[in-house]
Design a protein around this ligand. Structure first.
Ligand code: NAD
Length: 488
């Protein structure tokens, strides 16, 4: 096997770019490691300015034809793509599990299928769209969506397949052509996605894939003058750099960024449900942007909550994500493990209390023990900054206002989870918490037509449903003077 292909879990994966319908290698390559055992899975083409330029040009050439198909024409292609994803769940799940170490069972059961759902939902939504039409001041008016042009989509290493489909689906459904750059730590399932776009018959250049680092491939893509939209998921730090590039070319961009969500447990909550939801925050080794990593518990019930939480975490099993009994997988990369460890060590040094975990797991590899920290104060770094690992904090509050105040006390605002049995409290607190998505007695349930994004440093703009389709369109107001077009 040459460097242009890798064999991963018995699946043949191209390690090259997809540009204008052709696989294109780069002279330079980077090693892609498996978090499971550190072995080199693939030597992936490392794109830079040349590959970025070629991909954006290919997307620009394909744009007029794709836009002209209209939502109905694109629907056929995107439904076929969704069908192919469903047909390939096993292959996609196996590769993503080796590449990113997400639990194989959850990839098989829901995460990959969500990719198919993304394409179906957006293609159908675009095709069903009724233009807003009304009359005023003697004119008949309509709001028309015009596809914006080539879009660059940049995604992070956690949930690479799901997030890449979540972002490319509305772009393609709206009539944009796409250049996707996945993260360099888990690039392989997106390469399989690129193959499926070809198999689904998407015209060459409609979907392009550029592999490589953020500094080289990513930066070249987001600063390319041919790009008309940028959609990014990742950290607030990277979003700032992308925002500067977008500003230079006056290109709209959305950023779905980091989180430090509160999980609020009120005294009237179902404590069993709240504790098992809290323990769920260690899933995927805590590498989930939406996780409620700050456990905020009413002081009246904190002891009962702790007992239940400890029991739920004791039942977790660290291990190989390919094994059915495993519930907590390894972290993505040695650098990330160092980063997570650094947060905990600094917390320890500044006097925060490590009440559970707080060290690398004895089984070795990239495992870190599920960790719970009681911070010395609310301004502790461990409370105020996203760790993106299996590290939760526990704080108590008194009264509803106290809970809301703590919940809203970081610069982030991506998600929140509220546990209460009171409908009135659910309404009050749900509205008062500063978070783009707020769940009451639930977590991770999503309706794809709802707006999705973050407040504060957790995001800029909204995707989801019509919000995303509008983002990938140029909205035009068309006004025709009433009675002025009598010829037909
Ligand atoms: P990151 O910001 O380091 O990288 C994300 C992507 O940006 C990668 O593909 C990277 O190569 C690219 N990139 C880096 N520098 C770039 C540059 N200058 N120009 C263009 N592209 C560049 O984030 P990460 O470490 O891969 O992911 C973790 C972060 O993502 C966390 O903060 C997490 O909360 C966030 N995230 C948010 C959501 C959400 O929906 N809000 C979902 C998943 C992850």
């Amino acid at each position: 096997m040459t460097d242009s292909f890798a064999e991963v879990a018995g699946v043949r994966v191209s390690t090259d770019h997809l540009i204008g319908g052709e696989r294109v290698p780069s002279a330079e390559r980077f090693d892609d490691l498996s978090p499971i055992d550190g072995r080199v899975l693939a030597r992936v083409s490392a794109g830079g300015a040349d590959e970025a330029d070629a991909a954006v040009r290919a997307a620009a050439e394909a744009f007029a034809g794709w836009a002209e198909l209209g939502p109905e024409g694109r629907l056929t292609h995107l439904l076929r793509l969704a069908e192919l994803i469903d047909d390939n769940v096993e292959r996609l799940a196996a590769v993503e599990c080796e590449d990113m170490a997400m639990l194989l069972e959850s990839l098989r059961a829901r995460v990959i299928a969500r990719g198919a759902r993304n394409y179906r939902a957006y293609a159908e939504l675009a095709a069903q769209h009724a233009e807003r039409a009304w009359s005023s001041n003697g004119t008949d008016n309509r709001v028309v969506r015009m596809p914006a042009g080539p879009a660059v989509v940049i995604t992070p290493w956690n949930a690479p397949f799901m997030l890449s489909t979540w972002k490319t689906a509305p772009a393609l459904a709206a009539g944009c052509t796409v250049v996707l750059k996945p993260a360099e730590w888990s690039p392989l399932s997106c390469s399989l996605l690129a193959d499926l776009t070809v198999e689904a018959g998407l015209p060459p250049g409609v979907f392009n894939l550029v592999q490589g680092s953020g500094e080289a491939a990513g930066a070249a893509l987001v600063s390319h003058p041919g790009v008309r939209r940028i959609s990014f998921t990742g950290s607030p730090e990277t979003a700032r750099a992308i925002g500067r590039a977008a500003a230079e070319n006056l290109v709209p961009f959305t950023g779905e960024l980091g989180g430090k969500g509160p999980l609020l447990v009120f005294a009237d909550a179902d404590l069993d449900g709240a504790a098992s939801r809290a323990a769920q925050m260690y899933d995927d080794a805590g590498q989930v942007c939406l996780a409620g990593t700050r456990l905020l518990v009413d002081g009246e019930v904190v002891d009962e909550f702790r007992e239940r939480f400890d029991a739920a975490v004791d039942a977790q099993v660290l291990g190989d994500p390919r094994e059915a009994e495993t519930t907590i997988s390894p972290l993505i990369h040695p650098d990330h493990l160092d980063r997570v460890e650094g947060f905990v060590e600094r917390a320890r040094e500044r006097g925060d209390r490590i009440v559970r975990g707080g060290r690398r797991a004895e089984i070795g590899g990239l495992f870190y023990e599920p960790t719970l920290i009681e911070p010395a104060s609310n301004d502790s770094e461990i409370v105020q900054r996203e760790v993106f690992g299996p590290v939760l904090t526990l704080q108590t509050f008194a009264g509803e206002a106290g809970g809301i105040e703590l919940a809203n006390s970081t610069a982030y605002g991506l998600s929140a989870v509220i546990c209460t049995r009171s409908a009135a409290r659910a309404e009050r607190v749900g509205r008062a918490v500063r978070a783009g998505t707020t769940w009451v007695n639930a977590f991770l349930v999503r309706d794809l037509t709802a707006p999705f994004g973050g407040m504060g440093i957790s995001g800029i703009g909204r995707e989801g449903g019509d919000y995303a389709l509008d983002f990938y369109s140029d909205l035009k107001t068309l006004q025709i003077k009433q009675g002025s077009t009598p010829l037909d």
